[in-house]
Design a protein around this ligand. Structure first.
Ligand code: NAD
Length: 318
């Protein structure tokens, strides 16, 4: 049980209860994936917009105006509307309880695994882990779903115990269908923690886990963002249309219809633009040049044309 080995490092053997922090595109999908595998899930987001800022005293949401547009109580509705449906049965829907970071944070104490899936921003994630450290159980595993921010930099200031139970678990979109899971250990992550997540993701979640080093954008997004932005630059030079590019990179070469821009609409343009900036000083030269998004993408973001999560993206929402 918990707390009966004071001072000793305690390692979990099973995962039955999980919390997912952030109920956006990925958090919602990950919550449904876990529920489909029989796990009880607590899905938390920041407080809704309609709560005046001065009434929110919690360190997480206080003054955090970054993304306050998603009501946690609407999360299930949103997951159900994610097509194709993320849940495999109605019963699984009931395994997910939703809440918010202010009222429900104390429940983190009981969790076997906490998965962070908030906005791709180092400062937001760092602040969140500082709070999670205070509330989590001694043996609770904590992971981040970051697309490519340094695992090390997020938890530099956390305790040794926190770091030993911390790692990156990068799910792909949509989590129910994408097999790949990148596992990114911290230099201090305990080997037993890595092997538990590896076997759990493989045997219980049905994923194909790959262990990646803590380098910018890890493996898939390091290659993926380069490929995607190269395509966009070529498109502009050659004056192709969005639809032409989707055909050329999709059906015409035997890939799914959703090839380039339809996929981007599912990912979210805001998230893509954050990920292209995850290169710090380690990426230089031609790769860094290609990763510079063209101005029209920044303009779309300014207008809020983010893709499926807004009303407009490269395609109009149907
Ligand atoms: P999103 O914008 O859809 O959702 C982010 C959610 O986090 C929002 O609901 C927001 O209200 C919430 N949030 C922000 N700050 C918070 C806080 N302090 N506490 C609790 N909730 C908070 O973003 P997303 O696409 O789901 O991305 C989430 C993470 O997953 C990012 O790190 C992203 O890079 C990564 N990721 C995204 C994709 C993708 O295809 N979109 C794929 C893999 C990984």
């Amino acid at each position: 049980g918990k707390g009966d080995l004071k001072g000793a490092i305690v390692i979990k053997r099973t995962i039955q209860k999980a919390a997912v922090l952030g109920s956006g595109v990925m958090g919602a999908g990950i919550a449904a994936l876990l529920a489909n595998s029989g796990i009880s899930v607590l899905l938390l987001d920041i407080v809704p917009e309609d709560v005046p800022a001065n009434e929110t005293q919690h360190p997480v949401s206080k003054g955090n105006k970054l993304v306050r547009n998603r009501l946690s109580k609407d999360a299930i509705k949103r997951i159900l509307h994610q097509g194709p449906a993320a849940f495999t049965s109605k019963r699984n829907v009931e395994r997910v309880k939703t809440g918010n970071m202010e009222d429900d944070i104390a429940q983190l104490q009981e969790m076997d695994w906490i998965i962070e899936a908030v906005v791709e921003n180092l400062e937001v994630k760092k602040n969140l882990f500082q709070v999670v450290e205070k509330y989590k159980g001694a043996d609770t595993l904590v992971s981040t779903n970051t697309s490519g921010i340094s695992i090390h930099s997020m938890v530099k200031e956390r305790t040794k115990e926190f770091k030993s139970h911390f790692l990156g678990t990068h799910f792909f979109n949509p989590p129910r269908y994408m097999k790949l899971l990148e596992i990114i250990p911290h230099t201090e992550t305990l080997p037993d923690v890595i092997s538990l997540i590896k076997s759990f993701s493989e045997n219980t979640l049905g994923k194909g886990p790959v262990v990646a080093a803590d380098t910018p954008n890890f493996i898939a997004n390091r290659i993926g963002t380069f490929g995607l932005l190269s395509t966009v630059h070529h498109m502009l030079e050659s004056e192709w249309s969005i639809g032409e590019v989707d055909s050329l990179t999709g059906v015409l070469i035997g890939r799914p219809k959703s090839a380039t821009f339809r996929t981007l609409d599912i990912v979210g343009l805001d998230t893509l633009l954050y990920v292209t900036k995850n290169h710090s000083n380690e990426i230089r030269g031609r790769e860094a040049e290609v990763l510079q998004p063209p101005p029209f993408m920044e303009k779309m973001r300014e207008k809020g044309w983010l893709g499926s999560k807004s009303k407009q993206g490269f395609y109009k929402k149907v």
